[in-house]
Design a protein around this ligand. Structure first.
Ligand SMILES: O=C(O)CCC(=O)C(=O)O
Ligand SMILES: [Fe+2]
Length: 502
């Protein structure tokens, strides 16, 4: 978080507070709550913290700071104090939180209770509105309302602030040069010839899917309420997750992301399949990972999440491309191309060997700290994918996605022929980053090469030649297939990446 993006909160002092707090005359209390810079609309206001905690900067203008009542704990930086509390179990956290108001505010941090609940992995649970009340098994309305006025802590206040920032300033006024392209539909040929390397939105194909008409949270709950889906680190019945969606205010909401949804829901997929629920939009039909059959890596996910849930910056797995179809809600996307000669997007860090992409910030923190810079960065592509639309994520593109409303989506990853080189190169050069393959696949690169050669003889070579004939970079990548050993038919391919090729 950059300093300038995090506000000093101005608030109206209550009469009793004015009496007990002895605010100095220099403190300027204003009669409106926190706004984002430039936010004119009242609906863009961020409310005050429920315990009365204010951002650290306010301490400079206050004559009282209740952290000093926390004994030896007061000497610890806030982050360290919170980290220390991570070692406590629920009963200890409750006891310590009863010792003074400052520690109480720290002991209420939702991230502590979320970790405790996930660790305890109860066989069944009823979502109560907060992680703490859910673990304690009581309604959030019964949580004590303790005023911790006089505590100034970014560590405590920041997640609350981030959970309430208006998204509107970030998703509106998209510069024309950044706008993602939109089409009704594209044919397979149009996609293959011109658009495999470009993000775009298609407005039509999803609208003919049966589940576009039928799926809503209510309809899914009626049919699949007891079906257990994966949401990050937990497996919850859809009913529990829907309760969470309906009644929670996490900075980074738990996101349902399930790769087994087709099997779990017992639905049919494919245009020519009777009672099919949905099918791959025509233009994305070519998928070379299909040669792997049951040995292909995870490729499709059901995604459900509340407003503000989403995905922090990442590139899709194994060098694949993806489509993401929105059935309910809408998603704001911001994307950047990647290459060895381009820096990662603002606020995203890549390890020197390119093996790790880290975006240590939550979506809201990133928006507050880096969105303006990102928007002005060449290559930035932005747009909103609404209900019934599908977005194409080209192989290698960085993307951050945030749901603007409660949403239901399906995404699928695939390998078009023009991205075959990228995928093979990924599998060959980044074995430690390969993900989603079944456990019995020992060497995905060899397996994929082998299957391709069996089912599409010569394709590797064609694909390599196409690349160099486009003049992107003369490469000595050799797609020649060498049969190393006639007996066990092990294939090997001589690759040289663009980076390696001088
Ligand atoms: O819907 C989302 O949160 C984005 C998912 C994603 O990253 C993708 O489909 O590639
Ligand atoms: Fe993605």
């Amino acid at each position: 978080m950059t300093q300038s993006s995090y506000p000093v909160e101005h608030r109206v002092a209550s009469q009793s507070e004015l009496e007990t707090d002895h605010p100095s005359k220099r403190v300027k209390y204003e009669s409106h709550p926190v706004r984002l810079d430039g936010a004119k609309d009242k609906s863009l206001a961020v409310p005050s913290h429920p315990l009365g905690v204010r951002p650290s900067g306010n301490a400079y203008t206050s004559t009282r700071n209740i952290k000093s009542n926390a004994g030896w704990f007061a000497i610890l930086p806030d982050e360290t104090l919170l980290q220390m509390l991570e070692y406590l179990e629920a009963p200890e956290l409750l006891r310590l939180g009863a010792t003074c108001k400052a520690i109480h505010a720290f002991s209420r941090a939702e991230e502590l209770w979320k970790a405790l609940l996930i660790e305890s992995s109860p066989t069944s649970l009823t979502w109560q509105g907060t992680w703490r009340s859910t673990l304690l098994g009581r309604s959030a309305t019964r949580e004590p309302e303790i005023s911790c006025l006089g505590l100034f802590s970014d560590t405590i206040h920041r997640p609350f602030h981030c959970a309430h920032i208006p998204l509107d300033p970030f998703i509106s006024n998209i510069p024309a040069r950044n706008e993602i392209k939109r089409f009704d539909d594209l044919s397979r040929e149009e996609f293959a010839e011109s658009y495999t390397g470009e993000p775009f939105i298609l407005t039509e194909p999803v609208k003919s899917w049966p589940i576009y008409r039928n799926w809503s949270t209510e309809a899914l709950l009626r049919k699949y309420g007891h079906v257990v889906f994966r949401a990050e680190a937990v497996d919850w019945p859809l009913k529990t997750y829907a309760d969470y969606m309906e009644n929670s205010k996490d900075e980074s909401p738990l996101y349902l992301f399930d790769s087994r949804f087709v099997e779990k829901m017992g639905i049919e997929v494919g245009k020519d399949t009777p009672d099919s629920s949905y099918w791959i939009p025509d233009c994305f039909g070519e998928d070379l990972f299909a040669v792997l059959g049951k040995q292909r890596p995870d490729c499709r996910w059901l995604i459900v999440g509340p407003e503000r849930s989403g995905s922090t910056f990442h590139k899709d797995p194994n060098g694949t491309s993806a489509w993401n179809a929105v059935l309910r809600g809408s998603k704001y996307w911001i994307m950047f191309p990647s290459s060895s000669s381009l820096p990662p997007p603002p606020g995203v860090f890549v390890s020197s060997d390119q093996s790790e992409v880290t975006s240590p910030l939550s979506i809201a923190e990133w928006l507050l700290g880096f969105h303006a810079e990102a928007r002005a960065t060449p290559g930035c592509i932005e747009g909103i994918c609404s209900t019934g639309e599908v977005l194409h994520v080209p192989s290698g593109y960085y993307h951050l996605v945030v749901n603007l409303e409660p949403s239901i989506a399906i995404t699928q990853n695939f390998v078009p022929e023009s991205k075959l080189r990228e995928v093979l190169e990924f599998l060959r050069t980044k074995p430690d980053q390969i993900s989603g393959f079944p456990k019995d696949v020992v060497d995905p690169f060899i397996l994929f090469s082998q299957k391709l050669e069996e089912q599409f003889p010569g394709l590797l070579e064609v694909s390599a030649n196409k690349k160099s004939s486009k003049g992107i970079k003369k490469t000595s990548w050799q797609a020649a297939v060498k049969k190393q050993d006639e007996d066990d038919a092990v294939f090997s391919f001589g690759f040289e990446s663009e980076d390696e090729a001088g």
